[in-house]
Design a protein around this ligand. Structure first.
Ligand SMILES: NC(=O)c1ccc[n+]([C@@H]2O[C@H](COP(=O)([O-])OP(=O)(O)OC[C@H]3O[C@@H](n4cnc5c(N)ncnc54)[C@H](O)[C@@H]3O)[C@@H](O)[C@H]2O)c1
Ligand SMILES: N[C@H](CO)Cc1c[nH]c[nH+]1
Ligand SMILES: [Zn+2]
Length: 447
């Protein structure tokens, strides 16, 4: 990783250094772009590819869904084999290591406990003259949860989507995950889903899966909301279908930004940067520090650890295009840069991380101190790992139980209370030129 010396940069140069491309301007990695050029017979951007996929699935339904499932993922599926069967669950149970299932079970418990604590409450309150106001909380009727898995099968993302949806009380939870070339799903993904009580699962991935859930096909039901993380194709598809359905957020290729001072351990910092770089060639790993010694040590250590990774190629591609080690003048500038970048994950690896915590406000999740490495949150601690990326942590929140619920206002006035408010309402309605609104009140005044 190259070290960028930002100590003499002005504010404009720093902003340019940390600027993220909008999702629809994202350039694919050269290998993926070449595959796309071949598939479409012309050069298209990721956004154009997704628009075509979404539009075709919307118009044609199953046939289009199966076309993309069988050309992009080469899964060899039919409308009859798209949904996971009881037999596939049976087979999955025989293929998993019970020790891993025990770990998954403990993670489910931690995630459940954390999300139960988030549960909002319906409430009512008394107002003057016997009136009642309140807020009723209801789970959504149906949600589609997307579990990524093109290059890795994320059983942890089953937990992070499905557990909060269950805690919220959603009656119909439909899951989508991309199939392998054998037309099957990873057994850990299936066993985890079954443990949480998710059994309606469709073997479909990418933009075609999101479109199928958004518009419905003969085989796949239309849902009210789609949640879950994914690569650039999944994320752009969620953006494209928003409005036809709700979505949780834009949870695209993973990001880590570490702020560190001279007290941090370079071996840990390198390991943590690589933990996210290995997700995707478009994943981003950034270190910002005021210590030249740390910057140099991490740059060297990353090269050592990179070579030991089975996913070295993906991590190297990510570091090449999105990786940065930035040297800043002082910790104040480091903090300002972190807020400007608004990363998905922010690690604070400093002597006194809690002193910086109140100053850091733009990130999906914050990891404080040496023993809170990012993968602790990915798998186990309890908070959710579905998080906003691409700078959208400036306005989106982490996935949580309220993602799966909606709020309805309750208004129950008595006649006395209404008469007291009547003149104000009529005055406001008349000022807007809405006589019928005013009349709805007047008729009751005349009673
Ligand atoms: N932000 C978060 O909360 C979060 C959490 C977990 C994972 N992630 C991210 O999820 C992603 C997982 O990516 P993945 O690729 O392994 O799985 P994925 O399920 O997101 O994507 C796989 C699908 O991409 C589609 N696809 C692949 N190449 C294509 C092409 N050339 N043209 C059209 N469609 C194509 C295919 O349909 C395939 O099914 C990573 O980017 C990871 O960083 C993000
Ligand atoms: N780091 C990812 C969120 O960006 C979540 C994940 C799943 N598995 C491993 N990591
Ligand atoms: Zn991760």
């Amino acid at each position: 990783m190259n070290i960028i010396d930002a100590r003499k940069m002005n504010a404009e140069e720093i902003a340019a250094l940390l600027k993220k491309k909008a999702f629809d301007e994202t350039e694919l990695s050269p290998g993926v772009q070449a595959a796309c050029d071949q598939m479409w017979g012309e050069h298209l951007t990721a956004a154009q590819i997704v628009d075509r996929i979404v539009d075709y699935v919307r118009r044609v339904g199953d046939e289009a869904l199966l076309y993309f499932t069988n050309t992009i993922d080469r899964a060899g599926l039919t409308a009859e084999t798209l949904r996971v069967t009881e037999r596939e669950f049976d087979e999955a149970r025989t293929l998993v290591d019970p020790k891993v299932v025990d770990s998954l079970t403990r993670a489910i418990m931690n995630v459940k406990k954390f999300h139960e604590e988030q549960m909002p409450k319906s409430w009512i309150t008394n107002r003057a003259h016997g009136s009642i106001l309140g807020q009723k909380i209801t789970p959504l009727d149906s949600v589609g949860i997307y579990v990524p898995g093109g290059t890795a099968a994320y059983s942890s993302s089953v937990i992070m989507n499905a557990v909060p949806a269950k805690v919220a009380g959603v009656p119909r939870i439909v899951m989508a995950a991309p199939p392998g070339k054998d037309g099957k799903l990873n057994p850990y993904v299936l066993v985890t889903a079954e443990k949480i009580g998710i059994t309606e699962i469709y073997k479909m991935g990418g933009a075609q899966a999101i479109a199928a859930l958004a518009f419905g096909t003969a085989t796949v039901p239309k849902v009210n909301k789609i949640t879950g993380p994914g690569n650039i194709f999944v994320t752009l598809a969620k953006k494209a279908v928003y409005g036809h359905v709700d979505i949780d957020m834009l949870a695209g290729p993973s990001e880590i930004l570490i702020v560190a001072d001279d007290s941090a351990n370079p071996v840990y910092l390198a390991a943590d940067l690589l933990s996210q770089a290995e997700h995707d060639p478009l994943a981003s790993a950034i270190l910002i520090t005021d210590s030249e010694r740390i910057a140099k040590a991490v740059a060297a250590e990353v090269e050592v650890q990179l070579k030991e990774l089975p996913r070295e190629e993906i991590a190297a591609a990510s570091l090449r295009t999105m990786g940065k080690i930035i040297l800043a003048n002082n910790m104040e500038t480091v903090v300002a840069m972190a807020n400007l970048s608004a990363p998905e994950h922010l690690e604070v690896m400093t002597k006194a991380p809690f002193q910086l915590m109140p100053l850091l406000h733009n990130c999906g999740a914050m990891f404080l101190g040496t023993d809170s490495p990012e993968p602790l949150g990915d798998y186990f601690a309890g908070p959710n790992h579905v998080l906003p990326t691409g700078g959208t942590a400036k306005f989106y929140s982490v996935l949580n139980v309220e993602t799966f619920m909606k709020k309805t206002s309750i208004i129950a006035y008595t006649n006395k209370a209404l008469l007291e408010a009547a003149d104000d309402i009529i005055a406001m309605a008349e000022a807007e030129g809405l006589r019928a609104h005013a009349n709805a009140i007047r008729k009751r005044q005349e009673r």
